[in-house]
Write a protein that binds this ligand. Structure first.
Ligand SMILES: *Cc1c(COP(=O)(O)O)cnc(C)c1O
Length: 387
């Protein structure tokens, strides 16, 4: 028998501080390790397993596609890709979709679209993309440049030029616009890796008005917040704005890699033949799985997400050891008296998997987690948080 932890530490690049747990199987919101210990999962593989682990409907869609046609390349038409694009457009009012394999790739596409639109409309010196200081947009060199948190930047210089970072403050944006030609602004409505921090509604709506007036492309990064996570299909819908570009990934695939960059009316014709591409983008298996996920994120499910959100907020707010609860829907951040990492370890000990984000504990449970499991897990979390 191989010691998997030892093998991993020896041969897998040392980029992840993994917990000393080897997971072997799962079902719904329960996951089991090699010792047979079962955990309630409030992390969903970082907002990926939208309907839990090995969700049977998703599994059936994926397996049947694997049997019929697993991969073709983008030289040919396939049904799952076209159907998924149609569904995304019908549900958002966006006009076209480019498919990649990850959140970072979806954002790369959005940045290319904003730059090409600005170059054609305003000239090649209009290229700057503005993002938030507390943002996270991915790990490629260009999405790292877009990411505002300095902690991710060091030792990878020079990053792609043409990015500027501001706080969620229109005065800062207007001051920047005096000296810099801005092609696009990219935001997360709720900053995930930044500690589950929702942007103020006044800022988001003022930004959307400003972008429209200035003909600047508004990109909303819904990689983490999207696909029902925040109690609406996409979190921007909670703010009543209409972005030009919406990117998503994580929960859309339900457990397989996919990224989508949705293009609104203003930019639907920006990308032409040869402007962008991806070998695996729109892969039939990932898309068939995503169709099965998206088709079940209906009003009834979203209402349930919002109800469970209220339940968690009411249980946690003001509880012993809790300093602040932030977030939206089933994307929740908890500032605790104890260090977040200690809370995560204590929860794990007691059979509940939770995440951290920045200095906070982060919860991203399955959208369909049974209320009973959610309550049990929240009680464990409360006991781990209490001083
Ligand atoms: C996770 C995340 C990304 C990066 O997605 P990958 O699939 O890891 O490339 C980008 N933006 C946000 C907001 C994210 O949460």
């Amino acid at each position: 028998m191989h010691n998997i932890m030892e093998l991993d530490r020896t041969y897998v690049a040392n980029t992840y501080a993994r917990f000393p747990v080897e997971l072997v199987s799962g079902s719904g919101s329960k996951v089991t390790d090699t010792d047979g210990k079962t955990y309630i999962d409030l992390g969903t593989g970082i907002a990926v397993n939208s309907f839990g682990i090995a969700d049977p409907v998703w599994q059936e869609a994926v397996i049947s596609q694997i049997h019929t046609l697993p991969h073709t390349s983008n030289l040919y038409y396939t049904e799952p890709c076209a159907k998924l694009a149609e569904m995304l457009c019908a549900r958002t009012g966006m006009k076209k979709v480019f498919f990649g394999n990850s959140g970072a790739e979806a954002n790369e596409c959005a940045i290319k679209v904003a730059r090409k639109y600005a170059a054609e409309k305003k000239g090649p010196d209009t290229y700057t993309i503005v993002t938030m200081k507390n943002s996270f947009h991915g790990r490629t060199l260009t999405t790292l440049a877009a990411t505002g948190q300095d902690a991710f930047h060091k030792l990878f210089q020079p990053l792609t030029p043409g990015f500027a970072h501001i706080g969620p403050d229109m005065n800062e944006l207007c001051a920047l616009a005096e000296t810099t030609k801005i092609a696009g602004v990219m935001i997360e409505c709720v900053q995930g890796e930044g500690g589950v921090m929702p942007l103020p509604a006044e800022f988001v709506t003022a930004l959307a008005d400003w972008a429209k007036k200035e003909d600047v492309i508004l990109i909303v990064d819904e990689v983490q917040t999207g696909n029902g996570r925040c109690g609406a299909l996409y979190a921007y819908m909670n703010y009543g704005i209409t972005p030009d570009v919406v990117t998503t990934a994580k929960g859309l695939g339900g457990g397989l890699p996919i990224g989508a960059c949705m293009l609104g009316e203003k930019v639907e014709k920006v990308l032409g033949f040869g402007d962008h591409g991806s070998t695996f983008g729109g892969n039939p298996v990932s898309c068939a799985g995503a169709v099965s996920i998206l088709s079940r994120i209906d009003e009834a499910l979203l209402a349930e997400v919002r109800k469970k959100s209220e339940l968690i907020f009411s249980k946690l707010s003001g509880a012993p050891g809790v300093l602040e609860v932030t977030g939206m829907g089933l994307m929740i951040g908890i500032k605790t008296v104890k260090p977040a990492k200690e809370v995560v370890s204590a929860c794990m000990e007691k059979g509940v998997l939770v995440l951290t984000a920045h200095d906070r504990v982060r919860l991203l449970p399955a959208l369909n987690i049974p209320e009973e499991e959610l309550c049990t897990a929240t009680d464990v979390l409360l006991s781990a948080i209490a001083p």
